[in-house]
Write a protein that binds this ligand. Structure first.
Ligand SMILES: C[S@@+](CC[C@H](N)C(=O)[O-])C[C@H]1O[C@@H](n2cnc3c(N)ncnc32)[C@H](O)[C@@H]1O
Length: 442
């Protein structure tokens, strides 16, 4: 199944999610022989997309040995090209590393999230399998995270990576903005790449970087083209409207449909200009049309927590009419402004990349999720395009779920898979870059 040839580059993916980033790494020229993922629905998508890979659908903590043994058995004495480890990021700290370490020195132990320690089994597997390349991807705040090492000592996670891998490996970490790589979405992640190849060490020491060079620039400087925008990417998609079931679905374009909005939400959204939030909507009474009602703001309270104003007016301060702003009903039947930040019920802008797509991308109340000009959120087809999934041969089905063959993943599985994954185009560029260094084609 995996021919022992000089050309074959074999890889293992840990915390593989639905294998979206891996699909692009594969397209760059790497073959996956094993994936590990905890959530069955996601593991099923991996099976659909990587029929030749062994998929271990279990907690990595219980399967460390099995992962190592399976890989050894498959590759014999071939060398593994890469291990990709993208552990979950929900537990990563928002605090500055300096403050955390200062508190540790003062004897104050920070509250530790056990999920952050999941990098340890990944490191043990990497040390046992000794691939040419090891890639970690995580949220930028991973560089601020401390975890307990195997001796119970608190250590910055990045120090532990280099300590585990030892002097045999050399590497670098960098926060990258994916829009700088021609991805029409602003999303930052910490990319860490290590290698044991002498050629990679030479390349790094001579000023090269293991992270691929940027291909785009926000303002189009350094001879690079400008960031790719929402308009460039989804401007040609057929119009949809969240008003009713007939207008909310395209008859034959796969995944091009949107949820139907309640009449209130529809009204708030339909009065929201491009790039703005429905919380800032102005008076729609044709006899008044006052445009200077105070807008919605957020400010830090006495404990330093950022809170959205709840005194933003809901009624026009000139004529007293209800403004088309998000509201809720109180128990006594009165309307009050909804609790929400200025990024809630907000439209995207055409002329910049999309904001980070999250698993909540179909909810208008969540961060900047509304289409720039149409009265709706993005369709899943548009989200796949903005995440660059559509550029690769990634399939959302068929898959086996609870012993039944399902034609296509559920909407929520698609949204979660997008929200948690690395935009595949970056993994493609990274794969190409690492192959070029390995083969000295630079
Ligand atoms: C950030 S996502 C990976 C996304 C993936 N790289 C992609 O491009 O689609 C992290 C994944 O780790 C999985 N995970 C969390 N805890 C795990 C564990 N103990 N063992 C195995 N996988 C785990 C989560 O279910 C999640 O799918």
């Amino acid at each position: 199944m995996f021919p022992s040839s000089f050309e074959t580059k074999l890889a293992v993916s840990l915390f593989a999610g639905s294998g979206i980033g891996d699909k692009a790494f594969e397209t760059a020229g790497v073959q996956f022989l094993l994936h590990n993922e905890l959530i069955t629905e996601r593991a099923n998508l991996i099976k659909t997309n990587f029929p030749n890979s062994t998929v271990i659908n279990e907690d990595i903590l219980n399967k460390e040995e099995e992962i190592m043994n399976t890989v050894h058995k498959i590759i014999g004495n071939q060398e593994l090209f890469a291990i990709i480890a993208t552990p979950p990021c929900q537990g990563m700290s928002q605090n500055g590393l300096g403050t955390l370490l200062l508190n540790v020195r003062k004897g104050l132990r920070p509250k530790l999230d056990p999920r952050n320690r999941l990098i340890l089994p990944a490191l043990r597997i990497a040390v046992a399998l000794k691939p040419k390349w090891i890639i970690f991807e995580n949220v930028s705040r991973m560089s601020n995270t401390v975890i307990e090492d195997e001796n119970g000592k608190l250590r910055p996670i990045l120090d532990l990576i280099s300590e585990y891998l030892g002097s045999e490996y050399i590497g670098e970490s960098k926060v990258v903005e994916f829009a700088d790589y021609g991805i029409p979405q602003c999303r930052k992640r910490l990319i860490t790449v290590y290698s044991k190849l002498p050629i990679a060490k030479k390349y790094l020491q001579s000023g090269g970087s293991l992270i691929p060079p940027e291909t785009h620039h926000q303002l189009g400087k350094n001879s690079l083209p400008k960031w790719i925008t929402v308009k460039d990417t989804i401007g040609d998609f057929p119009i949809l409207d969240g008003k009713n079931s007939e207008t909310a679905k395209h008859p034959n374009l796969p995944l091009h449909y949107v949820p139907i909005l309640t009449p209130e939400k529809y009204q708030w959204i339909s009065h929201t200009p491009e790039g703005n939030s429905a919380f800032n909507n102005q008076c729609i009474n044709p006899k008044c049309g006052f445009k200077n009602n105070p807008t919605h703001k957020a400010s830090r309270d006495s404990s330093g927590i950022n809170r959205a104003n709840n005194n933003t007016p809901l009624y026009c301060i000139k004529c007293g009419d209800l403004l088309p702003r998000p509201f809720t009903k109180t128990k006594d039947g009165k309307l009050r402004i909804m609790r929400g930040f200025t990024s809630a019920y907000k439209r995207m802008s055409w002329d910049i990349p999309a904001p980070t797509l999250t698993k909540n991308l179909s909810f208008p109340c969540s961060d900047r999720n509304i289409h720039p000009t149409q009265n709706r959120v993005l369709s899943l087809a548009e989200a796949c395009k903005l995440h660059t999934i559509s550029d690769f041969n990634y399939k959302w089905g068929p898959l086996i779920w609870k012993n039944k063959k399902i034609k296509q993943a559920s909407d929520s599985l698609i949204r979660e898979s997008i929200g948690e994954s690395i935009p595949p185009k970056f993994m493609y560029l990274l794969g190409q870059h690492l192959i070029n260094i390995t083969e000295k084609k630079y």
